[in-house]
Design a protein around this ligand. Sequence first.
Ligand code: SF4
Length: 179
Amino acid sequence: MPRSFDGFINVKQRPVVAVSACLLGQKVRYDGQDKYTSLIAVELNKYCQLIPVCPEVEIGLGVPREKIQLTQVGSTIKVLTLNEAKVDVSAALISFAKQFVLKKSFSGLVLQDKSPSCGVNNTKLYSETGQEIGLSSGLFSATVMSLIPNIVIVQESQLQNKNEIKSFLDQLDRLKMLD
Ligand code: SF4
C-alpha cells in the first residue's frame, strides 16, 4: 500500500539516507560555515533516518581548509587544492567513497550542489591553467554512483518544497520494491 506522505511511519522502517553534513547544520565547509537546510534537517528527517557525511573532513582536510576544485588533467578529472601546491586529494576521496559504500547501508543520498566532492553534474570543472571548461560531478558522488548505479541521489536544489520531498520518498519506495 502506498505510504501517505503525512502518515505515520514506523521508525524501524524509515529508509536510511546519507546527507551532506553541511546541509544538516554541521560547520564542516572549507570556510567553517554550514549550509543548514530545514526542509532536509527537519522535514525529511521525519520520514528518513539521516546519516551525515562530509567526505572532505573524513579524508582529513581540516576546517577551515584550502579550497579544492575539479581539474581536468589529461583524460582524468582530479580534485586539487587551489593553492600553489596543488595537492591531489582524488585518491583519498575515491577511497573514502568506496569504504562508505562498503560499511554503510543506505538507499539514497541528498548532497550539496556544486561541490567538488558532493556535487552531481553541476560542479565546475577547470583546466590545469584555471579556465572553466564545463560541469561534472564531485569525486565522492561520482564514485558512489559508479558503485551503486541505481542509487537514488538528489541535490539540495532538487528538494525545495514538500512536493519534491514526496517525490524523493516515492523514488526510495520504488527502489525498495525492486529489491
Ligand atoms: S564536502 Fe560535502 S558535506 Fe563536506 S562541506 Fe563540502 S559539500 Fe558539505
